[in-house]
Design a protein around this ligand. Structure first.
Ligand code: AMP
Length: 365
């Protein structure tokens, strides 16, 4: 137990009310904690499963201060909370992960600089604030390249690949992004996309779930599988070590995900970090049934100042997690009838295309 550890009956505050907040709240309830969720949307999935709820904007200083003062610890389920909001919360209650970790990882430029500073490779990148910057960055990095907004990107939003010089002029491409601060990244010719979900506790202990492979459809995570087929054992260990170094350097407390590209060439397998998510992550959903401790339970343990749980795979089995996107969740009755399929639904009303409605995990014997 760390100094200041919570006791059952204490209240965990969660900023953000989506499915990640909902699953953190369920895990907290399982440990006898009360949960207070703060989110801007009245129909937030996490409100349904929390003892206390505040519906408020992320810049409503008064409501945020009241919320933070009413809980024993604050955490968050997504990274686009303004830095000022994080600082304000931290003045009223311990905030995990800390505001600095949030602020470094919510800007792709500071994030990549931080990762490179640890001697960990990323795609080559350049800051782009003007069309001239873009021209220079394209000259420096070559094609193809990926132009992204520095902030607020998710599920492939706020980015485009530039493949050929003929693809429109640089002023026009720059204008498409509406003047937002940008970053140009060299294109990484990856074989697979993989990620590490891991936790660091207040006492500095660290526990990582096994490296998993992620497949996307229309830029949205569709499938996670673990272990990664055909991967050298050293690569899996190297990925976990990258996550450990990042968590340590951030003074991190809680669960984080590190998304990486696996590149294969004559020299073997190489890992290149794409981004850090300072929160529980979709690619960790398989842990709910597939690991001895779920990522949500692990996050609650970490932010509560408790010892971390065992991250190993249940029975050493392979696990697969499929997202149910849009109307894929309509087949819930079929999934309930399938032996061994573990269905999770997020309680969202409308199944819009691209909306994550639930997921299903399967342990493979
Ligand atoms: P991101 O928003 O950075 O996670 O990017 C979304 C997806 O775009 C990634 O999952 C990759 O499939 C692809 N992508 C992003 N950056 C690069 C890059 N530098 N090189 C190749 N593919 C990329």
């Amino acid at each position: 137990m760390s100094a200041g550890a919570l006791a059952p009956g204490a209240t965990l505050g969660i900023v953000g009310g989506g499915q990640l907040g909902r699953m953190i709240a369920l895990a907290a309830a399982d440990y006898g904690l009360k949960v207070h969720v703060y989110a801007p949307d009245a129909d937030s999935p996490a409100f349904d499963v929390s003892a206390l709820a505040t519906c408020g904007a992320y810049d409503d200083a008064e409501a945020l201060a009241r919320f933070a003062a009413s809980v024993d610890v604050v955490t968050y389920e997504f990274e686009n909370i303004p830095r000022e909001t994080a600082d304000l919360l931290a003045r009223h209650a311990p905030l995990h992960p800390n505001a600095e970790a949030l602020s470094i990882t919510q800007d792709r430029l500071s994030e990549k600089g931080f990762i490179n500073g640890l001697g960990i490779p990323t795609a080559p990148f350049r800051q782009v604030d003007t069309p001239d910057d873009l021209a220079r960055a394209l000259d420096a990095l070559g094609l193809p390249a990926v132009l992204k907004t520095r902030r607020f990107g998710y599920d492939g939003k706020g980015q485009r690949i530039i493949r050929e010089p003929a693809q429109g002029d640089r002023n026009a491409i720059f204008a498409e992004f509406g003047g937002a601060p940008l970053i140009l990244e060299g294109f990484v010719p990856f074989e697979r996309e993989v990620s590490v979900v891991a936790a660091r506790a207040a006492d500095g202990s660290f526990a990582a779930f096994d490296l998993c492979e992620n497949e996307h459809r229309d830029h949205i995570l569709a499938l996670t599988r673990v272990p990664v087929p055909g991967l050298a054992a050293e690569t899996g260990a190297a990925a976990l070590d990258i996550a450990r170094r990042i968590a340590e350097a951030l003074g991190y407390v809680g669960v984080l995900a590190v998304e990486m590209f696996l590149v294969r060439n004559a020299a073997g397998e190489r890992l290149i970090v794409n981004e850090i998510a300072p929160r529980v992550h979709n690619s960790g959903h398989w842990t709910s049934e597939g690991a001895m401790t779920s990522q949500f339970a692990q996050h609650v343990r970490a932010v509560s100042g408790w010892p971390l749980g065992d991250p190993s795979r249940v029975g050493g089995l392979a696990v697969e997690m499929r997202n149910l996107i849009g109307d894929e969740a309509a087949d819930w009755a079929g999934l309930l009838a399938e032996p061994g399929a573990h269905l999770h639904l997020y309680g969202k009303g409308e199944a819009r295309p691209g909306r994550k409605m639930g997921h299903v995990t399967r342990l493979i014997r």
